[in-house]
Design a protein around this ligand. Structure first.
Ligand code: SAH
Ligand code: SF4
Ligand code: F3S
Length: 441
């Protein structure tokens, strides 16, 4: 038998890309590939790319350039570009970087095995279709390998919201939900392989409306079905849009014990003028009222968000409204970005904010968000939380896991195994993590 071929995958961007990379590795696993951690011994290199901001897209080209020597040494090496840059730029990638043999979009990667075979014959192959078929159903040869305690599971993909800055509706396509029975089967399979916590993924995950036994189901209904899966201990979901936050989902946060008290709910900005220009279809006030309702259902929920500063036409006064909103919400964690012009999106055509002003705003916003994040983290000291252990720590006897609120928790003198859950008393708060001790030995 010949030695297995080696596959090196590098993943950029969001959690859905992480999930997709796993699926691609499985698809090529069926063709005799095993994964390697180094591009140097790979027979195939796949970059699973992100197009969300200019920097993310440019990284791909600089990374590709670095494979030139490798390819010269190893003419059989195949190089592929997958993900959102592949979708957005397609053929242009091969024009710009002739080293690339294969380009595959996020909706057609179930065809990778055939594409790889063609590439092996020396052909350049490109597939950025949005096919009718469900790629997840076409993916075969899923190995039953053991998994770590946490996993992602895509339940919804694509977006119909068309925020004026965003490429996702173009790269991921129209909003589609997977049928519930397939998701439940996949969840069951993950649990059998050792998974204890599943994060349901979707670009607008709370717009989920997949087919169920009695018509379309909401995300909350799907969560209640997952709640019945024995051995599954924790359910999370990301990313939600404020406009799709339905009553039954808010209620589930108060009543479903497996649903974790953490919600990523991007608002982007605090000025109604800017929100309107962003095509967000919510106001600062409606967002704040929504947060109030969610906190009424689950008072200790940790709120996370995304922000864009320096969106076209944003004034200092508009930016101040963002700071005001942040002050009011008190985020447990947040991601903030300087607006990045994306060709083909409506905002790209508008009056851009002076980059120095945008930098300054980003710094001020990040200072406030970091302060809040630290305060929320510090407020955990003295409290008891449940920790799911994910790995051994740096010190002997130490284990590291995540609390219900997704804080990283270090526990010394810990005799628990990876995948165990335990009650932990929080003793101190560090730069990016908390330290605690097992309550029951
Ligand atoms: N709903 C999506 C959002 C994806 S993009 C999801 O599944 O996460 C993640 C974040 O990137 C957005 O919430 C937004 O804050 C930021 N973003 C998107 N386009 C951007 C752009 N052109 N410039 C700067 N930040 C952007
Ligand atoms: Fe992009 Fe807006 Fe859709 Fe999120 S809701 S993916 S930011 S278009
Ligand atoms: Fe990036 Fe595509 Fe995800 S653009 S953020 S990889 S959906």
């Amino acid at each position: 038998m010949s030695a297995p071929k080696k596959l090196f995958i590098k993943t950029y961007g969001c959690q859905m890309n992480v999930y997709d990379s796993e699926r691609m590795a499985e698809a090529l696993g069926g063709e005799g590939y095993v994964e390697t951690k180094s591009p140097d011994d790979a027979d195939m290199i796949l970059l699973n790319t992100c197009h969300i901001r200019e920097k993310a897209a440019e990284k791909v080209y600089s990374e590709l350039g670095r494979f030139k020597g490798l390819k010269a040494e190893k003419p059989d090496l195949k190089i592929g570009v997958a993900g959102c840059v592949a979708q957005a730029e397609g053929q242009e990638i091969m024009r710009r970087q002739p080293l690339v043999d294969l380009v595959v979009g996020p909706q057609s990667y179930h065809r990778l095995p055939e594409m790889e075979a063609k590439a092996r014959t020396g052909e350049k192959v490109l597939d950025t279709d949005f096919p009718e078929e469900d790629k997840f159903e076409k993916l075969k040869n899923r190995p039953k390998a053991k998994r770590g305690p946490t996993a992602f599971l895509t339940v919804q993909e694509g977006c119909d919201k068309f925020c004026a800055f965003c490429v996702v509706p173009y790269t991921r396509g129209a909003e589609v939900s997977r049928p519930a029975d397939r998701i439940l089967r996949e969840a069951q399979d993950l649990v059998e392989r050792g998974v204890r916590e599943i994060t349901l993924l979707g670009q607008n995950v709370n717009a989920y409306h997949g087919a169920g036994p009695n018509g379309d189901m909401t995300l909350a209904q799907l969560i209640w079905e997952l709640d019945k899966v024995d051995g599954l201990e924790r359910i999370r979901f990301t990313t939600s849009h404020p406009n799709d936050m339905q009553d039954d989902l808010i209620e589930a946060h108060g009543t479903c014990a497996k649903l974790m008290p953490y919600l990523h709910l991007p608002v982007q900005a605090g000025s109604d003028k800017i929100l309107k220009r962003m095509n967000r279809a919510h106001t600062a006030e409606s967002y704040l009222r929504l947060i109030e309702r969610i906190r009424a259902a689950r008072p200790d929920i940790l709120i996370s968000g995304d922000f864009i500063v320096g969106f076209p036409e944003e004034t200092e006064e508009d930016f101040q409204a963002t700071l005001d909103l942040v002050e009011e919400v008190k985020y447990g964690t947040a991601y903030s970005f300087k607006y990045s012009t994306r060709p083909g999106t409506p905002a790209a055509e508008r009056a851009q904010v002076d980059p120095a002003a945008a930098d300054d705003r980003l710094q001020r916003l990040q200072a406030l968000l970091t302060k809040q994040q630290r305060e929320v983290q510090d407020s955990m000291v003295g409290r008891d939380v449940t920790v799911l252990f994910e790995k051994a720590g740096r010190f002997p006897g130490q284990m590291v896991g995540k609390s219900d609120y997704l804080h990283a928790i270090h526990v010394a003198d810990c005799d628990r195994a990876i995948g165990d859950l335990a009650r932990v008393r929080i003793l101190s708060s560090g730069a990016n993590s908390l330290a605690g001790a097992l309550i029951e030995k």
